[in-house]
Design a protein around this ligand. Structure first.
Ligand SMILES: [Zn+2]
Length: 234
């Protein structure tokens, strides 16, 4: 009996050591993995970049964790698809303006911390006037993970290529409201036409849209469909 107990104990000890080793190995490899990302400004210089999470003009009201530089980074296939979108639009004197691409997990964590702080409503008037901050999670506007962290999702709008002025989409980017849903009939016909144009040029280059945000698109066949990266933008 004694021997058997000892054997059991030593077996249990080994098993625990092996488990610990496997846990540490997977944790280290998950954190060591880095996505291969490209700065859209150097790849497609005519695209207007307004990396709003790197500054204070966003719903958090402060620079977001992980955005050390005002850059928009994306995977190579996403960049190549956007290059085609930009070329097609240029024939009509139009172009793209991007607000965000790859988003570090620590930025998403920052959003979650902000959403849980119900006392901080400084940006409510501009970004979520009709949504109770307590409902930002349940309504799906904020989540603990974002497709942006996989590097092939982009937030963007259309601009006049000459002036850089945004086309009227009915709501600004990151406006948490039912009127930001692509299916909303509240915007005028012209605003809906602008949304429809953005959506059709993106879908034509293998992006898919999101039900709740007219500005958000994810590349189909993205290179890292399961990986949520945390490398900082610098
Ligand atoms: Zn987005």
């Amino acid at each position: 009996m004694v021997t058997e107990t000892r054997n059991n104990r030593s077996w249990l000890g080994s098993w625990r050591r092996i488990s610990l080793f496997l846990f540490l190995a997977s944790w280290l490899s998950a954190n060591a993995e880095e996505a291969s990302l490209i700065d859209i400004s150097s790849a497609v210089p005519t695209v207007v970049v307004d990396a709003r999470y790197a500054g204070s003009h966003n719903f958090v009201g402060a620079p977001v964790d992980g955005y050390l530089e005002a850059k928009v980074l994306l995977t190579k296939p996403a960049i190549e698809a956007l290059r085609s979108v930009q070329a097609g639009l240029a024939e009509f004197g139009l172009g793209l303006k991007v607000f965000d691409g790859y988003r570090p997990q620590r930025a998403v964590d920052h959003f979650v911390r902000w959403a849980r702080d119900l006392d901080d409503t400084e940006t409510k008037d501009e970004f979520y006037p009709r949504v109770d901050k307590a409902n930002l999670f349940s309504d799906g506007y904020i989540a603990e993970r974002s497709g942006h962290s996989r590097g092939s999702t982009v937030d963007l709008t259309l601009v006049d290529l000459d002036t850089g002025r945004e086309l009227d989409m009915g709501t600004p980017w990151d406006f948490f409201d039912l009127t930001s849903w692509p299916s909303s009939k509240k915007p005028s016909a012209k605003q809906r036409a602008n949304r429809a144009l953005l959506r059709s040029v993106m879908i034509a280059q293998n992006f898919r849209s999101l039900e709740t945000e007219w500005w958000h698109f994810t590349l189909n066949d993205e290179p890292y469909p399961e990986s949520y990266f945390d490398q900082v933008i610098d």
